[in-house]
Design a protein around this ligand. Sequence first.
Ligand code: PMP
Length: 465
Amino acid sequence: TTFDPNTIQPAALMYHCRQPTIQDRNVSHIFPRHTKSNLPVVARGEGVYLYDQSGKAYFDGSGGAAVSCLGHGDTDVTEAIKTQLDSIAFAHTSFFTSDPAEQLADKLITHAPKGIDRVYLVSGGSEAMEAALKLARQYFVEIDQPQRRHIIARKQSYHGNTLGALATGGNEWRRAPFAPMLVETTHISPCFEYRGKRAEETTLDYGLRIANELETEIQRLGEDSVIAFVAEPVVGATAGAVPAVQGYLKRIREICDQYGVLLILDEVMCGMGRTGTLFASEQDDVVPDIVAIAKGLGAGYQPIGAMLCSAAIYKAIENGSGFFQHGHTYIGHPVASAAALAVLTKLTDGGLVERCAMMGDKLNDALQHAFGQHPNIGDIRGRGLFRALEFVEDRSTKTPFAPDRAVHKSLKKECFEAGLICYPMGGTIDGRSGDHILLAPPFIMEDAHIDEIVSKLQIAINRVL
Ligand code: PMP
């Protein structure tokens, strides 16, 4: 069936008038994201669609926040959860290991970049990053280099909202209220070709120039004082599906090796097949020392994340204190592990990662075709089913819209009204406002859904700009 955009507008307006919202309840005790929000109540999900209580369908064009890689209502995953619940729901990891956790770790390592050998299962992305940062520090304590204390990360990055992860992230707006509570972290430039490459530079030279900022920063802080460099291989929530240019991460790896600095890659958003390979860094031909994953690992069916590390790091702990000084109550949770094992099996053995790569190319072609010449769309970028559009006032000068126009927020609202969920973002570079929307649809989407995304986006864009 081909999607007919002409039917959307009246229907969207009609639903706008009658969809039940949280305001319909007399009292809510939920602490919402925004206190003035007026959200519809979700009723169910099926495939690529979510439905509110009025029956209105929303195409899950961003998989929430790049979470729902399998879409909704996947019975292989729900059955795995039920089966696990029927045997054992929870056993604390200081007393037991469990089959689903062991199998999940085995399968992750089978598919992880060569050299990655151990898996630490947690409950989400921020926890995975906290574990990564603490393991990196403890590693140097174990190998008798306790003077190493600095983390270097990048501007325009997001690594989570707990204090350690927040300190690592380079998003000024998120950090600002908590600045006095954050450990000192320095931030070098992101690798963001659209915004950062000079006209006279080749892409390769740009990547090398930006990567070399890491060496300068290591030298400034003291050659033997840096613990780790942290980066998202494809930046998600702060810049909108920005892949590093070819050669950048390879140069970063070289610099890390030269100065004995660990490379921590945050694949919480871009990992688990989202960019067309199970780990995004495979496409950069780089192996990290530590990698964090979450979101697509549980595909939204259970809250789960993981920190994976190299054999060398694990050995240092094993040969040293023998104990990673970390832990949470729910690490290695059997039900969450069983869900993730079912998800990972579908991604790898079920061919869904390849499908993501294939559908990603098609989505990109369709976006380029529909919006490539749009006067207010400056960049269409990404990898796999992880794509973003950057909106600008002036395409030739790349001038962003004035922040008070909040273009990204209006686009989110109009898309939602038209029945398309997309993930909006503001903030381009060095605090200057910009507007993007991120698309991260489920890997199970069909060709007709690409028409649906493009048509609904078209409606929203025409209304806002
Ligand atoms: N790292 C990245 C790259 C993320 O995108 C996110 C979530 N948006 C996190 C870490 C934090 O994950 P969580 O929200 O599951 O704690």
